[in-house]
Design a protein around this ligand. Structure first.
Ligand SMILES: [Zn+2]
Length: 159
């Protein structure tokens, strides 16, 4: 490498250090950065992970899926939901890919039909936030669907 490159770099570094001396980060000027105490460090890490994290639900996302949650079951749920996202009403064609099956109570082991609902991948991402609200919403929805189905069956049997 030509020496000029090194020279320029050194000069550049010097200029930067001079600029820093003239205009230092004010807050720490003349002060020693206080060390983070062990207690505080623990508090910080506790706040960041584990139960305090809103995404944390007893580590459920690390649990494996129930083996019952297979393609056959997913197909049945999609069919029940008319192959439509139950939140935004988009079809598989509109989304351009398979619709996902969402676990209403976020428990991947709970594969009862009333715990499963068809969502597009966009809506499936959406329901990862405010989980409790979505859970209640879908539970009510599934319950209403149940009543509706019962009513149609009842009407049919009366004909
Ligand atoms: Zn959707």
């Amino acid at each position: 490498m030509p020496s000029g490159v090194y020279k320029r770099t050194k000069e550049h570094n010097w200029k930067i250090s001079q600029a820093n001396l003239k205009n230092p980060v004010k807050y720490w000027l003349g002060k020693k950065r206080p060390p983070i105490s062990e207690e505080w460090r623990k508090k910080l890490s506790k706040a960041k992970k584990g139960e305090k994290n809103s995404q944390w639900l007893g580590g459920k996302s690390f649990e494996p899926y129930n083996p019952k949650f297979n393609n056959d079951l997913k197909r049945k749920i999609r069919k029940r939901d008319n192959y439509i996202c139950q939140l935004c009403d988009k079809t598989e064609k509109e989304v351009g890919r398979r619709l996902s099956i969402h676990h209403i109570d976020y428990n991947k082991k709970n594969c009862k039909k009333n715990n499963l609902i068809t969502l597009c991948c966009g809506c499936n991402n959406k329901v990862n936030f405010s989980r409790l609200d979505w859970m209640n919403y879908f539970k009510k929805r599934i319950a209403n669907e149940h009543i509706r189905q019962k009513l149609t069956l009842f009407k049919k049997s009366n004909i």
